[in-house]
Design a protein around this ligand. Sequence first.
Ligand code: FMN
Length: 212
Amino acid sequence: MTTVLQIKTSLSDTGNANRLVDAFITQWRARHPEDRILTRNLGRNPIPHLNETAITGFFTPAERRTPEQRAAVELSDELIAELQAADVLVLGVPMYNFGIPSTLKAWIDHVARAGITFKYTENGPVGLVQDKQVFVLAARGGIYSGTPQDTQTAYLRNVLGFLGMTDVSFIYAEGLALGELAKDRAETAALGQISRLIDSRTITTAGKPVDV
Ligand SMILES: Cc1cc2nc3c(=O)[nH]c(=O)nc-3n(C[C@H](O)[C@H](O)[C@H](O)COP(=O)(O)O)c2cc1C
């Protein structure tokens, strides 16, 4: 059984990026009804920004943490446990003001933990979140993929790779603000890509190929 973690970050439940995630999960379920789907809706239930309480809590031994530090570390631990439990991560990523949603950045700040999800060695950093397949479903008003304005792709590849997630596929629905025709075309293309990816990918669970 494969565990899929879907992370939604649209401001509205019916946002374009959320709808791409829904389409992905619907198609996934149709092919793998036995799989476990975990959901984190950061748009509906945002997590707090990383703050001093959390960061000092990370570096304080468990038995010496204040109640506030304990609560902050527990949230981070919970998010990391969800991520580590997943074989497949589906990230819905709208473009807001030329970047990723701040809610997603807050999630990344909580799951990037020295000694837990990455470590430094003599040979450089090593990511400890391994054996994941990541699908990034990006929704944008304009068209940026392949240009320097697409800060999302470079940033997400970098930070996910730093944490050990190097198998990352991007699907873009772009030009969603450029009129109905452009929007329809972009959505149809993105949905087609999602179908093809789900149809063609061999999902690897703990090193074992699993037929999809
Ligand atoms: C606050 C806000 C900021 C936005 N900034 C950008 C932007 O910088 N570039 C862009 O192409 N589209 C931008 N858009 C348009 C969104 O990327 C587009 O509507 C996309 O569908 C949003 O995904 P969502 O529907 O899942 O929220 C912005 C939309 C909002 C609400």
